[in-house]
Design a protein around this ligand. Structure first.
Ligand code: ADP
Ligand code: MG
Length: 273
């Protein structure tokens, strides 16, 4: 299947208003290995939701499920529902691109196309998702996305330079800009600051804070201070003794850190794991 089997026009400014993303009883397998058990979470607009928990408890798998990437692994299976404003993104009548155009993703390691210009890197977000924009709209879109990603002022005079010439933190913000090119309604971020120094991390966190009213944000982080700084709600995943990953506790971030209901949450957020 081609990723660009249908091409659509760029949605207008404002079309990508933030959406509610919800999973109901989502379980996941790789072959016989069950890795997630009945995860039900609601990720509302105007909130950043942080997913926390030890390595291997299924956070990245869950994030990929939210973006319909799970089904690209041949051994992968899924049960339950993933709803974007109530609409099942796994609806068999819909193409994968339908979900991708509304749900962007940013990964741990900044991965712009290093030899491609900053300008074309931003626009590559369109091409990958089968969206066409009029030539006249492209300059404005590049400025819009780089501004939202908090990078415009730093690169406005060097848009033709290669993406690989930027610092690590700038490259990550370029990746955020690229993911915004489709004017998505949800942005998924898998440990977006793990490869960054503290200054760049703060800059990306600032961008997250500014973006949260444009796009619903879900972020996986191992950094408890970061979870407290950027998120309003939090879900703690745990895979105990070989059982599949499951949500032990979720709720407002402040409550999860100040008065966790479960002893395992308390141990984890206080670094006793
Ligand atoms: P986390 O992001 O919380 O560290 P992951 O979602 O990466 O956890 O992994 C959850 C479990 O799923 C682990 O046991 C991992 O080995 C397994 N897993 C992840 N991706 C694959 C894959 N493509 N094929 C088989 N097993 C996988
Ligand atoms: Mg992971």
């Amino acid at each position: 299947m081609s990723l660009t089997d249908t091409t659509v026009e760029l949605p207008p400014v404002g079309a990508g208003r933030p959406a509610t993303l919800e999973t109901r009883d989502v379980s996941a397998w790789f072959g016989d290995h069950k890795v997630l058990e009945r995860v039900s979470l609601t990720m509302p607009p105007h909130r950043v939701t942080a997913l926390i928990g030890p390595s291997g408890c299924g956070k990245s798998t869950y994030l990929r499920i939210l973006n319909r990437m799970h089904e690209l692994v041949s051994s992968a299976a899924l049960a339950g529902e993933v709803l974007l404003d109530g609409e099942d993104i796994y609806d068999r009548g819909r193409r994968i691109t339908h979900a991708r155009r509304q749900i962007g993703m940013v990964f741990q390691k900044p991965n712009p196309f290093p030899a491609m210009s900053i300008y074309d890197n931003v626009l590559s977000g369109l091409k990958l998702n089968g969206i066409r924009a009029a030539r006249a709209d492209k300059d404005a879109l590049v400025e819009e996305c780089l501004t939202k990603a908090g990078l415009w002022k730093e690169v406005r005079d060097r848009l033709r330079q290669p993406g690989g010439a930027l610092s690590g933190g700038q490259q990550q913000r370029l990746c955020i800009a690229r993911s915004l090119a489709v004017r998505p309604r949800v942005l998924l971020m898998d440990e977006p600051c793990s490869a960054l120094d503290p200054t760049s991390t703060r800059r990306v966190e600032q961008t997250i804070g500014e973006l949260m009213h444009e796009v619903t944000i879900v972020i996986v982080t191992h950094n408890m201070q970061q979870a407290q700084r950027v998120s309003q709600q939090c879900a703690f995943f745990l895979a105990e003794h070989g059982t599949p990953g499951a949500v032990v506790e979720h709720g407002p971030t402040e409550a999860m850190f100040d008065s966790p209901q479960d002893e395992r949450t308390s141990d984890y957020v206080h670094g006793r794991f």
